[in-house]
Design a protein around this ligand. Sequence first.
Ligand SMILES: O=c1ccn([C@H]2C[C@H](O)[C@@H](CO)O2)c(=O)[nH]1
Ligand SMILES: [Zn+2]
Length: 135
Amino acid sequence: MDKHQLMEESKIGRENAHVPYSKFKVGASLLTKDGKVYRGCNIENASYSMTNCAERTAIFKAVSEGEKEFTALAVVADTDGPCAPCGACRQVIAEFCAPDMPVYLTNLKGDVQETTVRELLPGAFTPEDLRNAGK
Ligand SMILES: O=c1ccn([C@H]2C[C@H](O)[C@@H](CO)O2)c(=O)[nH]1
Ligand SMILES: [Zn+2]
């Protein structure tokens, strides 16, 4: 699967967005090392803060199915420029994806910003920090 196909998968994921409050649909697609794609959408709640973003939906779906190795992530929304993941998602992405993994931030107009996990959250707090604590 190439990056263009992965970006199309994120648009398919976006179609299931549950957004009665913001009306802002986001889609994500996460590619595994074995070529499988996990799609995600944002899922809002009447208790607004319970909302789960598209990126975290895709990651949690994959991890809950036993997936551990990821090679790319694409995110899409109907934004003016490429859709930027929120801070919470950047932290979760950094937990499960390698620092140099490509991330494709896109919109429905076809703008694409190719970035990396490291660039999304420089200096991320990682499992390594916990392992090294007190040493
Ligand atoms: O990268 C992003 C940014 C926002 N949202 C969602 C959360 C909420 O449902 C809506 C507005 O913030 O967009 C995502 O899913 N991903
Ligand atoms: Zn988010």
